[in-house]
Design a protein around this ligand. Structure first.
Ligand SMILES: *Cc1c(COP(=O)(O)O)cnc(C)c1O
Length: 320
């Protein structure tokens, strides 16, 4: 499979607030592009998997939290191409039974649980060398799949978004919005954007090093433009509170689209605040990237029921 074989559907969404402020909003349904590797993870994983296959690696090893979308996508996608997968997971063995990790194990992934201090070393050269000695057959890729190869994949994603927009109504959006964790997807979109397009990133982790990493990544690429990154962690990474759930349910009601609980919901929440604060020009065309991540909802079930009852959960589950 080649990334250029895929198409990103663009759908108009009618949000009363955006209408009121004269902003046209569409969503790039990257979450629907592939059944195994959800959302942006497809664009980051595929170039890495191709590299592994071309270079005769037997295994692929990566890193993630216990509810990681990347680990979920990696396990399923690697299995489908006959590669063994190994994941270094931050946390205790008891997480192995959660929905994300039990899906991964069922797809043949081997899980290795490490404590926080060890996980913190995931970018250290000596730790990576040690892992390579332990798993000599494995291609090691960083957390989130965010390797240099992933930058190319996410650059291609931006081209596909523009291509779909052009086919739809002969124009490209002036602004594209995307949620950021490591910032790799954002960097790729920036790299693939046309000179008159703005990419806005919404950072859902409290990590001030992300902007620096984006700068470093883009420094090597000619199209480097000024960009905007907004802090959108709403109380911390994966912190999920009642107002966010209310917002997600209202958004679902208005658009028939379910956002994920960690990334896209926080981005959209912030975008609505920005629209209300007049931060988007009247007449502007905004495309919001739905980067997937819906599998994370299974880890939120108890929380949802506690905050809003069984009915809310059933409503969400109907879209999973
Ligand atoms: C991983 C993920 C992101 C963040 O991607 P980065 O390239 O790490 O910034 C955004 N949205 C969803 C749904 C994700 O799973």
């Amino acid at each position: 499979m080649n990334l250029s074989d895929f198409t990103v559907p663009i759908v108009t969404i009618n949000l009363p607030l955006a209408d009121k402020y004269g902003i046209s909003v569409a969503m790039a349904r990257v979450d629907t592009v592939h059944p195994l590797a959800s959302g942006n993870k497809l664009y980051k994983l595929l170039p890495n998997i191709d590299y592994a296959l071309q270079n005769n690696y037997q295994q692929i090893l990566s890193f993630g939290g216990a509810f990681s979308n990347h680990i979920h996508a990696l396990a399923l996608y690697a299995q489908s191409v006959g590669l063994q997968s190994i994941a270094i997971i931050r946390g205790e063995k008891e997480y192995a039974n959660n929905s994300t990790l039990s899906t991964a194990t069922a797809a043949g992934m081997r899980l290795v649980f490490v404590d926080r201090a060890t996980y913190k070393r995931r970018y250290d050269k000596d730790y990576l060398q040690q892992l390579q000695q332990q798993y000599p057959e494995a291609l090691i890729i960083p957390e989130g799949g965010s390797s240099e190869l992933a930058l190319q994949g996410c650059t291609e994603l931006m081209r596909q978004i523009n291509k779909s927009c052009l086919q739809r109504d002969d124009s490209i959006p002036d602004t594209v919005a995307v949620a950021c964790g490591t910032g790799m997807t954002f960097s790729g979109l920036m790299n693939g954007a046309q000179p008159d397009q703005t990419v806005q990133g919404y950072l859902v982790v409290k990590d001030h090093s992300v902007a620096k990493r984006v700068d470093d990544l883009l420094a090597n690429h000619s199209q480097h433009q000024p960009y905007k990154m907004h802090y959108a962690d709403l109380g911390g990474y994966a912190k999920f509170k009642a107002p966010l759930l209310e917002f997600i349910l209202e958004f679902l009601q208005q658009t028939n689209i379910l956002l994920d609980p960690i990334y896209t919901s926080k981005m959209c929440y912030c975008i609505m605040q920005q629209i209300e604060a007049g931060q988007f020009k009247v007449g502007s065309k905004l495309v919001i990237v739905h980067s997937g991540g819906l599998q994370a909802w299974y880890g939120m079930k108890r929380k949802v029921v506690m905050l809003a009852g069984d009915y809310a959960w059933q409503k969400i589950e109907g879209y999973l």
